[in-house]
Design a binder for this molecule. Structure first.
Ligand SMILES: Cc1cc2nc3c(=O)[nH]c(=O)nc-3n(C[C@H](O)[C@H](O)[C@H](O)COP(=O)(O)OP(=O)(O)OC[C@H]3O[C@@H](n4cnc5c(N)ncnc54)[C@H](O)[C@@H]3O)c2cc1C
Length: 573
Protein backbone atom coordinates (compact mmCIF):
# COMPACT_ATOMS: atom_id res chain seq x y z
CA UNK A 1 0.00 0.00 0.00
CA UNK A 2 2.04 2.94 -1.32
CA UNK A 3 -0.42 5.52 -0.10
CA UNK A 4 -3.62 5.39 1.92
CA UNK A 5 -4.03 2.11 3.90
CA UNK A 6 -7.64 1.80 2.77
CA UNK A 7 -9.54 -0.36 0.31
CA UNK A 8 -12.81 0.64 -1.37
CA UNK A 9 -14.64 3.96 -1.40
CA UNK A 10 -16.98 5.52 -3.93
CA UNK A 11 -17.05 3.38 -7.09
CA UNK A 12 -14.01 1.46 -5.83
CA UNK A 13 -16.02 -0.58 -3.27
CA UNK A 14 -18.05 -1.89 -6.22
CA UNK A 15 -14.85 -3.04 -7.96
CA UNK A 16 -13.77 -4.90 -4.81
CA UNK A 17 -17.16 -6.59 -4.35
CA UNK A 18 -17.04 -7.75 -7.97
CA UNK A 19 -13.52 -9.11 -7.49
CA UNK A 20 -14.81 -11.15 -4.55
CA UNK A 21 -17.20 -13.09 -6.77
CA UNK A 22 -14.45 -13.43 -9.40
CA UNK A 23 -12.05 -15.09 -6.94
CA UNK A 24 -9.87 -12.04 -6.19
CA UNK A 25 -7.78 -11.83 -3.01
CA UNK A 26 -8.17 -8.10 -2.31
CA UNK A 27 -11.61 -8.33 -0.60
CA UNK A 28 -10.52 -11.16 1.71
CA UNK A 29 -7.28 -9.35 2.59
CA UNK A 30 -9.20 -6.11 3.29
CA UNK A 31 -11.55 -7.91 5.71
CA UNK A 32 -8.95 -10.03 7.48
CA UNK A 33 -6.65 -7.06 8.08
CA UNK A 34 -9.37 -4.38 8.35
CA UNK A 35 -9.35 -2.05 11.34
CA UNK A 36 -12.24 0.24 10.46
CA UNK A 37 -15.21 -0.36 8.16
CA UNK A 38 -17.60 2.25 6.81
CA UNK A 39 -20.28 2.23 4.20
CA UNK A 40 -20.22 5.53 2.25
CA UNK A 41 -23.19 7.41 0.79
CA UNK A 42 -25.81 5.49 2.78
CA UNK A 43 -27.95 8.64 3.02
CA UNK A 44 -28.20 8.62 -0.79
CA UNK A 45 -29.74 6.00 -3.10
CA UNK A 46 -28.49 2.38 -3.32
CA UNK A 47 -26.84 3.01 -6.70
CA UNK A 48 -24.02 4.84 -4.91
CA UNK A 49 -23.66 2.90 -1.64
CA UNK A 50 -19.97 2.00 -1.48
CA UNK A 51 -17.97 0.04 1.09
CA UNK A 52 -14.62 1.19 2.43
CA UNK A 53 -12.28 -0.50 4.88
CA UNK A 54 -9.14 0.81 6.45
CA UNK A 55 -6.53 -1.91 6.78
CA UNK A 56 -3.55 -2.54 8.98
CA UNK A 57 -0.88 -1.69 6.42
CA UNK A 58 1.78 -4.17 7.56
CA UNK A 59 -0.72 -6.97 8.12
CA UNK A 60 -2.22 -6.41 4.66
CA UNK A 61 1.16 -6.89 2.98
CA UNK A 62 1.94 -9.96 5.12
CA UNK A 63 -1.47 -11.49 4.39
CA UNK A 64 -0.95 -11.08 0.63
CA UNK A 65 2.60 -12.43 0.74
CA UNK A 66 1.54 -15.51 2.76
CA UNK A 67 -1.34 -16.22 0.39
CA UNK A 68 0.82 -15.88 -2.72
CA UNK A 69 3.55 -18.05 -1.24
CA UNK A 70 0.98 -20.84 -0.90
CA UNK A 71 -0.59 -20.71 -4.36
CA UNK A 72 0.10 -24.08 -6.03
CA UNK A 73 2.20 -23.88 -9.22
CA UNK A 74 3.22 -20.28 -8.59
CA UNK A 75 6.94 -19.54 -8.39
CA UNK A 76 7.94 -16.15 -7.05
CA UNK A 77 11.23 -14.68 -8.30
CA UNK A 78 12.52 -11.45 -6.73
CA UNK A 79 14.47 -9.17 -9.01
CA UNK A 80 14.30 -6.15 -11.27
CA UNK A 81 13.41 -6.76 -14.91
CA UNK A 82 15.77 -4.52 -16.89
CA UNK A 83 15.12 -5.72 -20.43
CA UNK A 84 12.35 -7.45 -22.39
CA UNK A 85 12.59 -8.55 -26.01
CA UNK A 86 10.63 -10.83 -28.31
CA UNK A 87 11.94 -14.31 -29.03
CA UNK A 88 12.14 -15.35 -32.66
CA UNK A 89 9.96 -18.41 -32.07
CA UNK A 90 7.39 -16.54 -29.91
CA UNK A 91 7.37 -15.50 -26.28
CA UNK A 92 9.66 -13.09 -24.49
CA UNK A 93 13.14 -13.06 -23.05
CA UNK A 94 13.35 -11.17 -19.76
CA UNK A 95 16.66 -10.09 -18.27
CA UNK A 96 16.94 -9.32 -14.56
CA UNK A 97 19.29 -6.80 -12.96
CA UNK A 98 21.40 -9.74 -11.71
CA UNK A 99 21.97 -10.81 -15.31
CA UNK A 100 19.71 -13.86 -14.87
CA UNK A 101 17.45 -14.55 -17.86
CA UNK A 102 14.04 -16.10 -18.06
CA UNK A 103 11.68 -16.94 -20.90
CA UNK A 104 7.94 -16.36 -20.79
CA UNK A 105 5.19 -17.05 -23.28
CA UNK A 106 3.15 -14.28 -21.68
CA UNK A 107 4.17 -11.22 -19.70
CA UNK A 108 1.86 -8.99 -17.63
CA UNK A 109 3.60 -5.75 -16.72
CA UNK A 110 2.31 -4.29 -13.44
CA UNK A 111 5.14 -1.87 -12.73
CA UNK A 112 3.05 0.82 -10.98
CA UNK A 113 4.79 4.14 -10.33
CA UNK A 114 8.29 2.71 -10.72
CA UNK A 115 9.23 3.34 -14.35
CA UNK A 116 11.68 6.26 -14.22
CA UNK A 117 10.01 7.11 -10.88
CA UNK A 118 11.19 10.42 -9.46
CA UNK A 119 10.18 11.58 -5.97
CA UNK A 120 10.00 15.24 -4.93
CA UNK A 121 10.03 16.91 -1.50
CA UNK A 122 10.44 20.59 -2.29
CA UNK A 123 13.65 21.05 -4.30
CA UNK A 124 14.95 17.67 -3.15
CA UNK A 125 14.57 15.02 -5.90
CA UNK A 126 15.33 11.33 -5.60
CA UNK A 127 14.79 8.47 -8.04
CA UNK A 128 12.26 5.97 -6.65
CA UNK A 129 8.77 4.55 -7.26
CA UNK A 130 7.71 5.08 -3.65
CA UNK A 131 9.34 5.89 -0.33
CA UNK A 132 11.88 3.27 0.73
CA UNK A 133 12.02 1.60 -2.71
CA UNK A 134 14.22 1.98 -5.75
CA UNK A 135 13.07 2.79 -9.25
CA UNK A 136 13.07 1.00 -12.57
CA UNK A 137 15.44 2.87 -14.85
CA UNK A 138 16.05 0.84 -17.98
CA UNK A 139 12.77 -0.99 -18.56
CA UNK A 140 11.06 2.07 -20.10
CA UNK A 141 13.88 2.40 -22.61
CA UNK A 142 13.86 -1.31 -23.37
CA UNK A 143 10.09 -1.30 -24.04
CA UNK A 144 10.43 1.80 -26.20
CA UNK A 145 13.28 0.33 -28.21
CA UNK A 146 11.92 -3.18 -28.74
CA UNK A 147 8.15 -2.52 -28.89
CA UNK A 148 7.85 1.17 -29.80
CA UNK A 149 6.01 1.93 -26.54
CA UNK A 150 5.49 5.66 -26.14
CA UNK A 151 5.51 6.98 -22.60
CA UNK A 152 3.66 9.84 -20.98
CA UNK A 153 4.46 11.20 -17.52
CA UNK A 154 1.92 11.24 -14.70
CA UNK A 155 2.34 12.30 -11.11
CA UNK A 156 0.79 11.38 -7.79
CA UNK A 157 1.47 12.35 -4.22
CA UNK A 158 1.08 11.34 -0.62
CA UNK A 159 0.70 13.18 2.70
CA UNK A 160 3.04 13.12 5.71
CA UNK A 161 2.90 10.34 8.31
CA UNK A 162 2.88 11.50 11.94
CA UNK A 163 3.68 9.85 15.25
CA UNK A 164 0.43 8.96 17.07
CA UNK A 165 2.00 9.71 20.48
CA UNK A 166 2.61 13.33 19.49
CA UNK A 167 -0.99 14.12 18.44
CA UNK A 168 -3.42 15.79 20.84
CA UNK A 169 -6.33 13.42 20.35
CA UNK A 170 -8.55 15.34 22.77
CA UNK A 171 -8.83 18.30 20.41
CA UNK A 172 -9.86 16.41 17.27
CA UNK A 173 -13.22 14.87 16.45
CA UNK A 174 -13.52 11.05 16.69
CA UNK A 175 -14.96 9.15 13.71
CA UNK A 176 -16.16 5.65 14.49
CA UNK A 177 -16.71 2.86 12.00
CA UNK A 178 -20.22 1.61 11.21
CA UNK A 179 -22.21 0.20 14.12
CA UNK A 180 -22.64 -3.02 12.18
CA UNK A 181 -19.54 -3.30 9.97
CA UNK A 182 -20.15 -5.10 6.70
CA UNK A 183 -17.35 -7.19 5.15
CA UNK A 184 -16.30 -7.05 1.50
CA UNK A 185 -16.01 -10.77 1.11
CA UNK A 186 -18.31 -13.77 1.24
CA UNK A 187 -15.25 -15.91 2.03
CA UNK A 188 -13.63 -14.02 4.95
CA UNK A 189 -14.18 -14.36 8.68
CA UNK A 190 -16.12 -11.05 8.75
CA UNK A 191 -15.46 -7.42 9.62
CA UNK A 192 -14.50 -5.87 12.97
CA UNK A 193 -13.90 -2.26 13.90
CA UNK A 194 -10.74 -1.98 15.98
CA UNK A 195 -9.82 1.72 15.94
CA UNK A 196 -11.29 5.18 15.59
CA UNK A 197 -10.19 7.76 13.05
CA UNK A 198 -10.22 11.48 13.77
CA UNK A 199 -11.13 14.67 11.96
CA UNK A 200 -9.50 18.09 12.08
CA UNK A 201 -9.36 21.03 9.66
CA UNK A 202 -7.01 23.48 8.05
CA UNK A 203 -7.86 27.19 8.45
CA UNK A 204 -7.14 30.50 6.74
CA UNK A 205 -3.72 30.97 8.38
CA UNK A 206 -2.59 27.57 7.07
CA UNK A 207 -3.81 28.60 3.61
CA UNK A 208 -1.99 31.93 3.85
CA UNK A 209 1.26 30.12 4.73
CA UNK A 210 0.86 27.81 1.72
CA UNK A 211 0.12 30.73 -0.60
CA UNK A 212 3.13 32.63 0.70
CA UNK A 213 5.40 29.68 -0.05
CA UNK A 214 3.72 28.45 -3.21
CA UNK A 215 6.78 29.13 -5.35
CA UNK A 216 8.61 26.52 -3.25
CA UNK A 217 6.12 23.83 -4.33
CA UNK A 218 7.48 21.69 -7.20
CA UNK A 219 3.90 21.56 -8.50
CA UNK A 220 3.79 25.33 -8.95
CA UNK A 221 7.38 26.37 -9.69
CA UNK A 222 7.80 24.24 -12.84
CA UNK A 223 9.87 21.44 -11.24
CA UNK A 224 6.97 18.99 -11.84
CA UNK A 225 5.25 19.25 -15.20
CA UNK A 226 3.43 15.89 -15.34
CA UNK A 227 -0.34 15.50 -14.92
CA UNK A 228 -1.65 14.67 -11.44
CA UNK A 229 -4.88 13.10 -10.18
CA UNK A 230 -7.72 15.62 -10.41
CA UNK A 231 -9.75 13.90 -7.68
CA UNK A 232 -6.94 13.53 -5.17
CA UNK A 233 -5.35 16.99 -5.27
CA UNK A 234 -2.47 18.15 -3.08
CA UNK A 235 -3.17 20.66 -0.31
CA UNK A 236 -1.40 23.35 -2.33
CA UNK A 237 -3.67 22.55 -5.29
CA UNK A 238 -6.75 22.79 -3.07
CA UNK A 239 -5.70 26.10 -1.56
CA UNK A 240 -4.86 27.66 -4.95
CA UNK A 241 -7.86 26.22 -6.85
CA UNK A 242 -10.54 26.71 -4.23
CA UNK A 243 -9.48 30.07 -2.78
CA UNK A 244 -12.99 30.73 -1.50
CA UNK A 245 -12.84 27.80 0.96
CA UNK A 246 -11.91 28.80 4.50
CA UNK A 247 -11.00 25.28 5.60
CA UNK A 248 -10.31 21.77 4.31
CA UNK A 249 -10.96 18.48 6.12
CA UNK A 250 -7.99 16.50 7.41
CA UNK A 251 -8.64 12.90 8.50
CA UNK A 252 -6.15 11.30 10.87
CA UNK A 253 -6.06 7.58 10.05
CA UNK A 254 -3.91 5.14 12.09
CA UNK A 255 -1.94 2.91 9.69
CA UNK A 256 -2.29 -0.18 11.89
CA UNK A 257 -2.60 -1.65 15.36
CA UNK A 258 1.13 -2.06 16.07
CA UNK A 259 2.51 1.07 14.48
CA UNK A 260 2.62 4.68 15.70
CA UNK A 261 2.22 5.88 12.11
CA UNK A 262 -0.81 8.07 11.34
CA UNK A 263 -1.77 8.87 7.75
CA UNK A 264 -2.82 12.52 7.37
CA UNK A 265 -5.55 12.14 4.75
CA UNK A 266 -6.19 15.41 2.91
CA UNK A 267 -2.70 16.85 3.29
CA UNK A 268 -0.95 15.34 0.27
CA UNK A 269 1.93 17.66 -0.56
CA UNK A 270 5.35 18.05 -2.12
CA UNK A 271 6.20 21.30 -0.33
CA UNK A 272 9.67 21.40 1.27
CA UNK A 273 9.99 19.70 4.66
CA UNK A 274 10.29 22.95 6.67
CA UNK A 275 7.00 24.25 5.20
CA UNK A 276 5.32 20.89 5.84
CA UNK A 277 6.39 21.18 9.49
CA UNK A 278 5.11 24.75 9.73
CA UNK A 279 1.68 24.03 8.27
CA UNK A 280 1.17 20.85 10.30
CA UNK A 281 2.08 22.70 13.50
CA UNK A 282 -0.73 25.20 12.78
CA UNK A 283 -3.48 22.57 12.53
CA UNK A 284 -5.59 21.87 15.66
CA UNK A 285 -4.51 18.62 17.34
CA UNK A 286 -1.17 18.66 15.49
CA UNK A 287 0.55 21.58 17.23
CA UNK A 288 3.31 19.32 18.61
CA UNK A 289 3.12 16.54 16.01
CA UNK A 290 6.32 14.68 15.15
CA UNK A 291 6.96 13.66 11.53
CA UNK A 292 7.71 10.01 10.78
CA UNK A 293 7.85 10.80 7.07
CA UNK A 294 7.34 13.90 4.93
CA UNK A 295 4.75 14.03 2.19
CA UNK A 296 6.11 13.75 -1.34
CA UNK A 297 5.11 13.66 -5.01
CA UNK A 298 6.26 11.06 -7.51
CA UNK A 299 6.46 11.30 -11.31
CA UNK A 300 6.47 8.14 -13.39
CA UNK A 301 6.07 6.74 -16.93
CA UNK A 302 2.76 5.31 -18.06
CA UNK A 303 1.25 4.28 -21.38
CA UNK A 304 -1.77 5.36 -23.37
CA UNK A 305 -4.19 2.48 -22.61
CA UNK A 306 -5.84 2.92 -26.04
CA UNK A 307 -3.00 0.77 -27.42
CA UNK A 308 -4.48 -2.16 -25.48
CA UNK A 309 -7.27 -4.60 -26.26
CA UNK A 310 -10.11 -5.14 -23.80
CA UNK A 311 -8.07 -8.00 -22.37
CA UNK A 312 -5.30 -5.40 -21.72
CA UNK A 313 -2.98 -6.99 -24.27
CA UNK A 314 -0.92 -4.75 -26.52
CA UNK A 315 -2.79 -4.59 -29.83
CA UNK A 316 0.38 -5.42 -31.80
CA UNK A 317 2.07 -8.02 -29.56
CA UNK A 318 0.40 -11.24 -28.52
CA UNK A 319 1.34 -12.27 -24.99
CA UNK A 320 2.34 -8.74 -23.88
CA UNK A 321 -0.06 -7.33 -21.28
CA UNK A 322 -0.12 -4.16 -19.15
CA UNK A 323 -2.15 -3.70 -15.94
CA UNK A 324 -2.47 -1.22 -13.08
CA UNK A 325 -1.06 2.25 -12.56
CA UNK A 326 1.21 1.91 -15.62
CA UNK A 327 -2.00 2.12 -17.71
CA UNK A 328 -2.72 5.60 -16.39
CA UNK A 329 -5.02 4.69 -13.51
CA UNK A 330 -4.76 5.67 -9.88
CA UNK A 331 -5.69 3.42 -6.99
CA UNK A 332 -5.35 -0.09 -5.64
CA UNK A 333 -8.82 -1.23 -6.70
CA UNK A 334 -8.45 -0.10 -10.30
CA UNK A 335 -5.05 -1.86 -10.37
CA UNK A 336 -6.44 -5.08 -8.87
CA UNK A 337 -9.30 -5.15 -11.38
CA UNK A 338 -6.90 -4.76 -14.28
CA UNK A 339 -4.59 -7.41 -12.85
CA UNK A 340 -7.52 -9.79 -12.81
CA UNK A 341 -8.54 -8.97 -16.40
CA UNK A 342 -5.00 -9.18 -17.81
CA UNK A 343 -4.13 -12.33 -15.87
CA UNK A 344 -7.26 -14.14 -17.01
CA UNK A 345 -6.86 -12.94 -20.61
CA UNK A 346 -3.20 -14.05 -20.68
CA UNK A 347 -4.13 -17.49 -19.39
CA UNK A 348 -6.99 -17.78 -21.91
CA UNK A 349 -4.66 -16.76 -24.75
CA UNK A 350 -2.16 -19.45 -23.78
CA UNK A 351 -4.89 -22.08 -23.80
CA UNK A 352 -6.26 -20.81 -27.11
CA UNK A 353 -9.56 -19.88 -25.49
CA UNK A 354 -11.61 -16.77 -25.88
CA UNK A 355 -11.18 -14.36 -22.99
CA UNK A 356 -13.72 -12.67 -20.82
CA UNK A 357 -15.24 -9.40 -22.00
CA UNK A 358 -17.16 -7.82 -19.16
CA UNK A 359 -19.83 -5.39 -20.35
CA UNK A 360 -20.42 -1.95 -18.86
CA UNK A 361 -23.90 -3.12 -17.86
CA UNK A 362 -22.44 -6.13 -16.06
CA UNK A 363 -19.70 -4.80 -13.82
CA UNK A 364 -17.66 -1.74 -12.84
CA UNK A 365 -14.68 -3.70 -14.14
CA UNK A 366 -16.34 -3.58 -17.58
CA UNK A 367 -16.74 0.21 -17.24
CA UNK A 368 -13.10 0.62 -16.23
CA UNK A 369 -11.72 -1.44 -19.11
CA UNK A 370 -14.07 0.14 -21.65
CA UNK A 371 -13.21 3.67 -20.51
CA UNK A 372 -9.47 3.01 -20.54
CA UNK A 373 -9.23 1.26 -23.87
CA UNK A 374 -11.74 3.49 -25.67
CA UNK A 375 -11.25 6.91 -24.12
CA UNK A 376 -7.70 6.58 -22.83
CA UNK A 377 -6.47 8.42 -19.76
CA UNK A 378 -5.23 11.98 -20.24
CA UNK A 379 -4.93 12.28 -16.46
CA UNK A 380 -4.79 9.62 -13.71
CA UNK A 381 -8.09 7.71 -13.96
CA UNK A 382 -10.10 7.05 -10.79
CA UNK A 383 -13.32 5.06 -10.67
CA UNK A 384 -16.54 6.82 -9.55
CA UNK A 385 -20.16 5.66 -9.47
CA UNK A 386 -20.91 8.48 -11.94
CA UNK A 387 -18.82 6.69 -14.60
CA UNK A 388 -21.27 3.76 -14.60
CA UNK A 389 -24.41 4.72 -16.51
CA UNK A 390 -26.17 1.53 -15.31
CA UNK A 391 -25.29 2.02 -11.64
CA UNK A 392 -28.84 1.29 -10.50
CA UNK A 393 -28.43 -2.28 -11.80
CA UNK A 394 -24.71 -2.69 -11.08
CA UNK A 395 -24.62 -2.50 -7.29
CA UNK A 396 -22.52 -3.95 -4.50
CA UNK A 397 -25.38 -6.12 -3.22
CA UNK A 398 -25.93 -8.03 -6.47
CA UNK A 399 -22.34 -8.86 -7.50
CA UNK A 400 -23.15 -12.58 -7.03
CA UNK A 401 -26.18 -12.43 -9.35
CA UNK A 402 -24.24 -10.50 -12.01
CA UNK A 403 -21.00 -12.48 -11.98
CA UNK A 404 -21.37 -16.00 -10.53
CA UNK A 405 -21.82 -17.46 -14.04
CA UNK A 406 -18.52 -15.86 -15.11
CA UNK A 407 -16.69 -17.51 -12.20
CA UNK A 408 -18.23 -20.82 -13.13
CA UNK A 409 -17.29 -20.53 -16.81
CA UNK A 410 -13.63 -19.63 -16.13
CA UNK A 411 -13.12 -21.83 -13.05
CA UNK A 412 -12.36 -18.89 -10.76
CA UNK A 413 -13.85 -20.32 -7.55
CA UNK A 414 -13.87 -23.73 -5.87
CA UNK A 415 -16.88 -26.00 -6.41
CA UNK A 416 -17.96 -25.40 -2.76
CA UNK A 417 -17.83 -21.66 -3.27
CA UNK A 418 -19.82 -21.92 -6.49
CA UNK A 419 -22.44 -24.08 -4.84
CA UNK A 420 -22.74 -21.58 -2.00
CA UNK A 421 -23.20 -18.75 -4.51
CA UNK A 422 -25.86 -20.68 -6.39
CA UNK A 423 -27.81 -21.34 -3.19
CA UNK A 424 -27.50 -17.71 -2.21
CA UNK A 425 -28.79 -16.52 -5.59
CA UNK A 426 -31.65 -19.02 -5.41
CA UNK A 427 -32.71 -17.73 -1.96
CA UNK A 428 -32.51 -14.13 -3.18
CA UNK A 429 -34.70 -14.89 -6.19
CA UNK A 430 -37.21 -16.85 -4.15
CA UNK A 431 -37.54 -14.13 -1.53
CA UNK A 432 -37.94 -11.50 -4.23
CA UNK A 433 -40.67 -13.41 -6.04
CA UNK A 434 -42.54 -14.02 -2.82
CA UNK A 435 -42.18 -10.46 -1.57
CA UNK A 436 -43.39 -9.08 -4.88
CA UNK A 437 -46.30 -11.50 -4.73
CA UNK A 438 -45.21 -13.42 -7.84
CA UNK A 439 -45.22 -16.69 -5.93
CA UNK A 440 -47.75 -17.80 -3.35
CA UNK A 441 -46.91 -15.43 -0.49
CA UNK A 442 -47.72 -15.67 3.17
CA UNK A 443 -49.06 -12.84 5.25
CA UNK A 444 -45.51 -11.88 6.35
CA UNK A 445 -44.31 -11.41 2.76
CA UNK A 446 -47.24 -9.14 1.95
CA UNK A 447 -46.62 -7.12 5.09
CA UNK A 448 -42.88 -6.80 4.45
CA UNK A 449 -43.44 -5.79 0.86
CA UNK A 450 -45.90 -3.05 1.91
CA UNK A 451 -43.45 -1.64 4.43
CA UNK A 452 -40.96 -1.15 1.64
CA UNK A 453 -43.13 0.04 -1.17
CA UNK A 454 -45.09 2.48 1.02
CA UNK A 455 -41.86 3.99 2.37
CA UNK A 456 -42.90 3.07 5.88
CA UNK A 457 -39.45 2.04 7.04
CA UNK A 458 -35.80 2.65 6.37
CA UNK A 459 -33.68 -0.32 5.37
CA UNK A 460 -32.02 -0.38 8.80
CA UNK A 461 -35.39 -0.60 10.54
CA UNK A 462 -36.75 -3.13 8.08
CA UNK A 463 -33.89 -5.63 8.01
CA UNK A 464 -34.13 -6.94 11.63
CA UNK A 465 -37.87 -7.57 11.19
CA UNK A 466 -37.38 -9.21 7.81
CA UNK A 467 -34.51 -11.33 9.12
CA UNK A 468 -36.76 -12.77 11.80
CA UNK A 469 -39.59 -13.41 9.37
CA UNK A 470 -37.69 -14.64 6.33
CA UNK A 471 -34.34 -16.08 7.39
CA UNK A 472 -35.15 -17.56 10.76
CA UNK A 473 -33.75 -21.02 9.92
CA UNK A 474 -30.17 -19.62 10.11
CA UNK A 475 -28.94 -21.05 6.77
CA UNK A 476 -27.65 -17.65 5.75
CA UNK A 477 -26.16 -16.02 8.80
CA UNK A 478 -24.95 -13.06 6.74
CA UNK A 479 -28.67 -12.43 6.10
CA UNK A 480 -28.28 -8.66 5.92
CA UNK A 481 -26.50 -8.95 2.54
CA UNK A 482 -29.39 -10.97 1.19
CA UNK A 483 -32.02 -8.76 2.76
CA UNK A 484 -30.34 -5.56 1.62
CA UNK A 485 -30.57 -6.92 -1.91
CA UNK A 486 -34.23 -7.81 -1.38
CA UNK A 487 -35.04 -4.35 -0.01
CA UNK A 488 -33.45 -2.58 -2.99
CA UNK A 489 -34.91 -4.93 -5.60
CA UNK A 490 -38.44 -4.50 -4.22
CA UNK A 491 -38.29 -0.77 -3.52
CA UNK A 492 -36.75 0.17 -6.86
CA UNK A 493 -38.37 -2.49 -9.01
CA UNK A 494 -39.79 0.10 -11.45
CA UNK A 495 -36.45 1.86 -12.03
CA UNK A 496 -34.62 -1.44 -12.35
CA UNK A 497 -37.02 -2.74 -14.97
CA UNK A 498 -36.68 0.49 -16.94
CA UNK A 499 -32.89 0.32 -16.84
CA UNK A 500 -32.91 -3.33 -17.91
CA UNK A 501 -35.14 -2.41 -20.87
CA UNK A 502 -32.64 0.29 -21.94
CA UNK A 503 -29.75 -2.18 -21.70
CA UNK A 504 -31.68 -4.76 -23.73
CA UNK A 505 -32.62 -2.09 -26.32
CA UNK A 506 -29.00 -1.07 -26.76
CA UNK A 507 -28.00 -4.70 -27.28
CA UNK A 508 -30.86 -5.37 -29.68
CA UNK A 509 -30.28 -2.30 -31.79
CA UNK A 510 -26.56 -2.78 -32.24
CA UNK A 511 -27.10 -3.96 -35.84
CA UNK A 512 -29.21 -0.93 -36.81
CA UNK A 513 -27.74 0.64 -39.96
CA UNK A 514 -26.66 4.29 -40.08
CA UNK A 515 -27.11 5.96 -43.51
CA UNK A 516 -23.78 6.92 -45.10
CA UNK A 517 -24.87 10.52 -45.44
CA UNK A 518 -26.30 10.81 -41.94
CA UNK A 519 -25.86 14.40 -40.72
CA UNK A 520 -24.37 14.18 -37.26
CA UNK A 521 -24.06 17.99 -37.23
CA UNK A 522 -27.83 18.30 -36.75
CA UNK A 523 -28.14 15.99 -33.74
CA UNK A 524 -28.76 17.83 -30.50
CA UNK A 525 -27.27 16.35 -27.31
CA UNK A 526 -24.21 14.59 -28.80
CA UNK A 527 -20.95 15.40 -27.06
CA UNK A 528 -18.57 17.35 -29.30
CA UNK A 529 -15.99 14.55 -29.03
CA UNK A 530 -18.56 11.96 -30.19
CA UNK A 531 -19.74 14.19 -33.05
CA UNK A 532 -16.16 14.63 -34.20
CA UNK A 533 -15.46 10.87 -34.14
CA UNK A 534 -18.72 9.91 -35.81
CA UNK A 535 -18.17 12.42 -38.60
CA UNK A 536 -14.64 11.19 -39.13
CA UNK A 537 -15.32 7.43 -38.98
CA UNK A 538 -18.87 7.34 -40.42
CA UNK A 539 -19.70 3.98 -38.75
CA UNK A 540 -21.97 1.68 -40.75
CA UNK A 541 -23.94 0.42 -37.75
CA UNK A 542 -24.79 1.44 -34.21
CA UNK A 543 -22.61 -1.44 -32.95
CA UNK A 544 -19.66 0.03 -34.83
CA UNK A 545 -20.43 3.50 -33.38
CA UNK A 546 -20.47 2.00 -29.87
CA UNK A 547 -16.89 0.86 -30.29
CA UNK A 548 -15.52 4.24 -31.31
CA UNK A 549 -13.11 6.05 -29.05
CA UNK A 550 -14.90 8.95 -27.34
CA UNK A 551 -18.46 7.78 -28.05
CA UNK A 552 -20.19 7.12 -24.73
CA UNK A 553 -23.37 5.08 -24.06
CA UNK A 554 -25.20 8.39 -23.49
CA UNK A 555 -24.15 9.45 -27.03
CA UNK A 556 -25.47 6.15 -28.39
CA UNK A 557 -28.88 6.77 -26.82
CA UNK A 558 -28.95 10.23 -28.47
CA UNK A 559 -27.93 8.66 -31.79
CA UNK A 560 -30.68 6.02 -31.52
CA UNK A 561 -33.28 8.71 -30.90
CA UNK A 562 -32.02 10.64 -33.94
CA UNK A 563 -32.13 7.54 -36.17
CA UNK A 564 -35.62 6.83 -34.96
CA UNK A 565 -36.77 10.35 -35.74
CA UNK A 566 -35.13 10.16 -39.16
CA UNK A 567 -36.99 7.04 -40.20
CA UNK A 568 -40.17 7.85 -38.31
CA UNK A 569 -40.36 4.16 -37.59
CA UNK A 570 -40.25 2.18 -34.36
CA UNK A 571 -36.71 1.21 -33.32
CA UNK A 572 -36.11 -2.17 -34.93
CA UNK A 573 -32.83 -3.66 -36.13
C1 LIG B 1 3.36 8.31 -3.47
C2 LIG B 1 2.14 7.63 -3.97
C3 LIG B 1 0.91 8.18 -3.73
C4 LIG B 1 -0.24 7.58 -4.18
N1 LIG B 1 -1.42 8.16 -3.92
C5 LIG B 1 -2.55 7.60 -4.31
C6 LIG B 1 -3.79 8.20 -4.03
O1 LIG B 1 -3.84 9.26 -3.42
N2 LIG B 1 -4.90 7.62 -4.44
C7 LIG B 1 -4.86 6.47 -5.11
O2 LIG B 1 -5.91 5.96 -5.45
N3 LIG B 1 -3.72 5.87 -5.40
C8 LIG B 1 -2.56 6.41 -5.02
N4 LIG B 1 -1.39 5.84 -5.29
C9 LIG B 1 -1.42 4.77 -6.19
C10 LIG B 1 -1.51 3.38 -5.67
O3 LIG B 1 -0.46 3.13 -4.82
C11 LIG B 1 -1.45 2.58 -6.94
O4 LIG B 1 -2.59 2.88 -7.72
C12 LIG B 1 -1.41 1.10 -6.80
O5 LIG B 1 -0.47 0.70 -5.87
C13 LIG B 1 -1.06 0.57 -8.18
O6 LIG B 1 -0.85 -0.76 -8.13
P1 LIG B 1 0.08 -1.44 -9.19
O7 LIG B 1 -0.01 -2.89 -8.89
O8 LIG B 1 -0.23 -0.98 -10.53
O9 LIG B 1 1.54 -0.90 -8.87
P2 LIG B 1 2.38 -0.78 -7.54
O10 LIG B 1 1.55 -1.02 -6.34
O11 LIG B 1 3.13 0.49 -7.64
O12 LIG B 1 3.38 -2.01 -7.65
C14 LIG B 1 4.35 -2.09 -8.66
C15 LIG B 1 5.28 -3.23 -8.33
O13 LIG B 1 6.08 -3.50 -9.46
C16 LIG B 1 7.43 -3.66 -9.04
N5 LIG B 1 8.30 -3.28 -10.16
C17 LIG B 1 8.36 -2.08 -10.79
N6 LIG B 1 9.25 -2.12 -11.82
C18 LIG B 1 9.77 -3.37 -11.82
C19 LIG B 1 10.75 -4.03 -12.61
N7 LIG B 1 11.35 -3.41 -13.63
N8 LIG B 1 11.04 -5.31 -12.33
C20 LIG B 1 10.43 -5.97 -11.32
N9 LIG B 1 9.47 -5.40 -10.53
C21 LIG B 1 9.16 -4.11 -10.78
C22 LIG B 1 7.58 -2.74 -7.84
O14 LIG B 1 8.62 -3.15 -7.02
C23 LIG B 1 6.21 -2.92 -7.18
O15 LIG B 1 6.23 -4.00 -6.31
C24 LIG B 1 -0.18 6.39 -4.88
C25 LIG B 1 1.06 5.82 -5.14
C26 LIG B 1 2.20 6.44 -4.69
C27 LIG B 1 3.54 5.85 -4.99
Amino acid sequence: MSCNPAIGGQGKGQLVKDLDVLGGLMPVAADETGIQFRRLNTKKGPAVWSSRAQSDKNQYALFMQRKLANVPNLTLVEGEVVDIRSQRDGGYLLTLGSGEETIARSVVLTVGTFLRGLMHVGPHQQPGGRFGDGFSGSLSESLQKHFGIEWRRFKTGTPPRLDAASIDWSSVEAQSGDEIPSPFSLWSSGAKNKIKCYLTHTHSEVHACIEKNIDRSPLFNGQITSVGPRYCPSIEDKVMRFGERTRHQIFLEPEGLDTPSVYVNGLSTSLPSDIQETIVSMIPGLYSARFLRYGYAVEYDCIDPCVLTRGLRHKHYSGLYFAGQVNGTSGYEEAASQGFVAGLAASCELRGEESLLLERSQSYIGVLIDDLTKLGALEPYRMFTSRCEYRMSVREDNADIRLAHVSKKYGLLSSEQLQYLQERIHVKQLLKQKTLGMAAGSHSYVMLSRMITHDQMSMDEWIPIARQELLSDGTFNEGSGILENLFVEVKYQGYLEKEQKTIAKLHRLGGLKIPETFSYEQIKGLSSEARHRLLRERPATVEHAKKLFGVTPADILVLLRALNALDKRPLQP
